[in-house]
Write a new protein. Sequence first.
Length: 745
Amino acid sequence: MAFVEGTIKRYLFYSEENSYSVIKVSIIDTDETELIHYEPTIIVCGFFPKLEVNANYRFKGEITHHEKYGMQFNAISFERIIDNTYDGLVDYLSSDIFSGIGVKTAQRIIDALGIDALDLIADDKNVLDKVPRINTKLKDVLYQGIIENREMENTLVWLYGFSISPNMAMKIYSNYGIETKQIIKENPYILMEEIDGIGFKRADEIGLKVGFKYDSDLRIQAVIYYLLSEYMNKFGDTYLEREKLLNYTLNYLNNGMESEVEYNKVETLLNSLIEKGKVIQTEELISLNLLYYAEKFIAKKSLGLNYKTDELIDVKNFILDFQKMNDINYTKAQKKAISLALNNHFSIITGGPGTGKTTVIKGIVDIYKMLRNYQIDSELIKLAAPTGKAAKRLSEATLLPATTIHKLLGFDFEGQFKFGPDNFIDASIIIIDEASMIDCILMKRMLSAIKRDTILVLVGDANQLPSVGPGDVLNDLILSDLFPVQRLDIIHRQAKDSHIISLAYDVLEKQISEDIFTDYNDRIFMKTKDEYISSKILKVIDQAIKDGYQLLEDIQVLIPMYKGYNGINRLNDLIQETFNSDNKQYKIEYRGKNFYYQDKVMQLVNQPEKNVMNGDQGIIVGINDGKELIVDFSGNFVKYNIKELDNLTLAYVVSIHKSQGSEFKLVVLPFSNSYTIMLRKKLLYTAITRAKEKLIMVGNFDAYRHGILGKDRKRLTNLLRFLEIESQDSLTNKITIEDFLDEPQ
């Protein structure tokens, strides 16, 4: 590892959110041959607290060559260089690090204690009793300043030893300060709860390295919590049977272990978690604390919003005017949807592809403006969707501004939400598209930020897959029969010509159409044996590129499983090697993953400090010496060091769940017998409806038929039960609008 010693001349950039620093350093010494004879200064980048300008530091790291900014030094550690001369020590002690100590006081300290003053003070602060006119407060300032600076560097280096990135190490240190080591050694599993981005496996790795036993109480409790969380995230349920959780935990703990953990011990520790309130038990069902109370809040707040507007508004004439101005003919169901939305403070509109949901959204907004004679601030009308792609599509379709739900809630680089129960969103009407994607945690956050007099409209396709995260919010709200709901079920003329959409509805009705093997301009089924699926996909992509489709922008392969011969992981590697091997000379490798320049990639976790979220897709636009890469997420350029590459994966192929909210010009959808455990009606329906222009199905017809006939598993959630309980204590006013649906004479 190289080093650069130098004087900080000035800061070019410093992030208060994550301590990322870009500083100009005048070089004093270095072991980098590129710098020794040619460069008087260097730009140093890294994650560290605000350092002192004009002070000397030693940085450890490596030289990189940024394609835009030129040569830089990426630092992963730093230390203040104390000039062991009289003047150097005086300058240090009188710096901003030690508040209240000026030059004269610093001189008195060195005069009394000598050149070794810093070491002497660090060993015993009472040595300062030898210095004239030093009070107790200054003694504490000096001692704490010296210890904290030394301890911070030691702590960061210690954290790096666990393969923690500089960014994450700085986040941990910022949270715990000089007590970081002690806290982690006492309970490394606390990182799971308090540090975003640290999961059980990383915390457990640290725990075992610092000496925790496999059967320690803290570790077993962490395993229980981890397995419950994993189950919720894998299956989308919000509770699990107590006995199943106990058995899962025992199997996990005793897998390959010589001495087994006893059932009674695990049961006792689960009871302890329940007593502490970290998990909730209702009868024999166990829920995570945050999921239990999220669903409880959703029930209470949604029913609190469920009341009619002050006046019952007859909107039929406004709808007629809107139709004339926009050359639109609404169906009766669409008119009902608009009227429902404008006469209730909370309503739901659901429908499949081609039923005109987006046109209804535009009608709701424009007629809402008409009702107020256009005397309303556009800022008070909010449109949002769960993902950036979905928000972009909504904006393009309606010609109205739309954002992600996170942005609507003021999500910042520190992972904090600006809007919530203490600071409501200033909006008269909020319309949320793709509402089937909203899990119970995000719905709870959104509802907590909405004023009672705001109109909230949820729009989504209830037949799509539920959210990636736990819960089945949209379906539970509809099934409760407590809220105004309008279903759009008439396919419009333009959509009727789409063989993709007709296939989607065949899937919903569990029908296998007679023309399934007929080749249409927008839909093809290529029968292929399992062993030839991957090679066929490569040929399909090659031909699509020749036909003018762009691999990175237009083509998306969707597969329901990650592992196996025809799984996501292998297919991603094949597509990378086939279509991007020219760029393999510019690559970065980490834990078996290979990323090439110009690869299509996807983010796997939320990293608010980088303004990138789980599911975002981007393109690698820079690789620096195999140690760092830069990804372009639609204009947001994000830098990753090698220790952060667990957060990225190739995205030529993605799971059907991860594709929700997105549309692609061309979708390649393989069917393998190895998928049958996953193939279900909703999964298949969701995959088909991602195709905007062309759908190419490749593979085994039996697997396709299994998908159509496969029974969807209903998620196990508490929301319906909570809604029933809350509704008994709430008087909800369901309005009648049938009188306003007749056409005017």
